[in-house]
Structures are given as C-alpha cells and as structure tokens.
Write a protein that binds this ligand. Structure first.
Ligand code: CAA
Length: 240
C-alpha cells in the first residue's frame, strides 16, 4: 500500500516541488494550503494532487484538516511541515503582530500538525516528519528576528521530537534550505538579493526540486536510522 503524505504549504514553491516529487515516487499526497485559492486550483489541475485548505497556525484547523485527509486517503505516514511566511523588517520597524504571525505559522504550525498525526504514527510504529527550517534559522539574517527565531525553533523542535519518536519507528528530521528560487525569495529587494547571491559559493539560487530531493531521502522506508538530523541544502552559503 502506498504511504500517505501531507505537505503543508504544498501547492507553491518548495512545497509544490515536494508534493510533485512524492507523487512521482508513488506516495499518496495531500497538499495543504492556506491563502491562494487560484494557485491551489491551478496546482491541482496541473498535478492531479488534491489541495486541502486550512491554516496551520490554527490547532483546530490542523486536527480537522488531517481528519479529512485520513478519511480520503488513509492514515498519515508522512508529514512535511513546509508552510511558512515572512514578515521581514528591522527591530525598529517590526510590530508585535509580525512576530506573532511568523511564530504561529512557521513554528506553531509544526506543533499543530505533529499533534494531529503523532499518536497514529506511534501506534502504527511508523512515521516520517520532515520540518523545513532555514539557513536563516542557523545563521540569522538582518531584518528577520521573527523568521530566524521560528526557524531556529524548528531545529530545536526537530531534535527534541526525534528523541521521542526514535523508539517508536517515527523519525523527525529537518532540512535547512538556503535561498531558493521561489516567490518568497523573489520578494527580497533586488539590490539585497544580489548581495546575498554573491555570497553563495555555488553561484546561484537553489531550485525547489533540489530541496524535494532531500525530502525524498528522509521519508524513505529505509531511512529509519536517520533521525534528529538537519540537512543543509544551501549551495555552500553556510556550512554547518
Ligand atoms: N547587514 C548590515 N546592514 C544592513 C543589512 C545587512 N545585511 N541589510 C540592510 N542593512 C542596512 C542598510 O544598509 C541600511 O543602512 P543605512 O540606513 O545606514 O543606509 C539599513 O540597514 C536599513 O536598510 P533598508 O533601507 O533596506 O531597511 P528597510 O527597513 O527598508 O528593509 C529589510 C530592511 C526588510 C531587512 C530589507 O533589507 C530586506 O528585505 N532584507 C532581506 C531580508 C532577507 O534576506 N529575507 C529573506 C527572505 S527569504 C527567506 O527567508 C527564505 C529563507 O529561508 C532563506
């Protein structure tokens, strides 16, 4: 039986590439999204993958959304916590709401989704959780105290939950992407982005498919000895 995977933020950017790669590898995939109905519709038309709308920042919506996926596809074996937002700004300009939004979505979303699937994974003695962190959670980034804190939190969350899952056949790993060619990175001012790309040893932005490749490795049935790890995929920008 094909394993069932949920990818949060799975209809655009890195999440879209992950959803498609998982489907191509034979998994049954549910792609979660929150805001952009038009893009989600186009994604489903293009890929044949059903898109499920809920906000990962909401504990209740995650529980209801996961229950719907279970009813449609079966018990969830794999969760890729990819949904994330930016609200960049220097400390002087950052309001409390920008802090809350980013923490609630990027880090709270991991907790909410894991809560919704964890007991089932432990009972069935199999699970794969992949949390998408960031180079900016490892190294920090000017103008991103909210995002860096949330992503850094993801790396701690991963190492803690991995210890709980290890004896139960549930692995929990993180990927720390560098700057990837997505809408999120395209929103960085061009003059700032140019300076960032100049510091990437590989000499270019990454591609979403290059992150999906890492996810496929981590979710495989025979990846059971890999847990609590962080895979940095960043073109050599931060070697950590
Ligand atoms: N280091 C030191 N100083 C910096 C700096 C840096 N990296 N970036 C900007 N500054 C300085 C500027 O030189 C400027 O100084 P002066 O006032 O003395 O000239 C000052 O900070 C203010 O800069 P801005 O005018 O750019 O300020 P702003 O408030 O308009 O914008 C900002 C600040 C929002 C942080 C903007 O610079 C920005 O968007 N930076 C990019 C942040 C970034 O990399 N985000 C990543 C998004 S993608 C992502 O997060 C995905 C992932 O996981 C990798």
């Amino acid at each position: 039986m094909a394993r069932v995977a949920i990818v949060t933020g799975g209809t655009r950017g890195i999440g879209e590439a992950v959803s498609v790669a998982l489907k191509q590898a034979g998994y049954k995939v549910a792609a979660n999204y929150c805001g952009n109905d038009e893009r989600a519709k186009a994604f489903t038309e293009k890929t044949g993958i059903t898109a499920y709308k809920w906000d990962v920042a909401s504990f209740e919506e995650c529980a209801t959304g996961v229950a719907k996926v279970v009813a449609d596809l079966g018990p969830v074996d794999i969760v890729v916590n990819n949904a994330g937002i930016t609200r960049d700004g220097t400390m002087r300009k950052m309001g409390r709401a920008n802090w809350d939004e980013v923490l609630d979505t990027n880090l709270g979303g991991c907790f909410n989704m894991c809560k919704a699937v964890w007991d089932g994974m432990v009972e069935r003695q199999f699970g794969r959780v992949v949390n998408i962190g960031s180079i900016n959670g490892q190294a920090g980034q000017y103008g991103q105290v909210n995002y860096a804190a949330a992503k850094s939190g993801i790396h701690g969350f991963t190492k803690a939950l991995a210890q709980e899952g290890a004896p139960k056949g549930v692995t929990v790993n993180a990927i720390a992407p560098g700057y990837i060619d997505t809408d999120m990175v395209a929103a960085v001012p061009a003059n700032v982005l140019e300076k960032i790309v100049a510091k990437i040893p590989v000499g270019r932005l990454g591609k979403a498919a290059e992150i999906a490749r890492g996810v496929l490795f981590l979710v495989a049935d025979d990846a059971g000895f890999v847990t609590g790890s962080t895979m940095s995929i960043n073109g050599g920008q931060h070697m950590y």
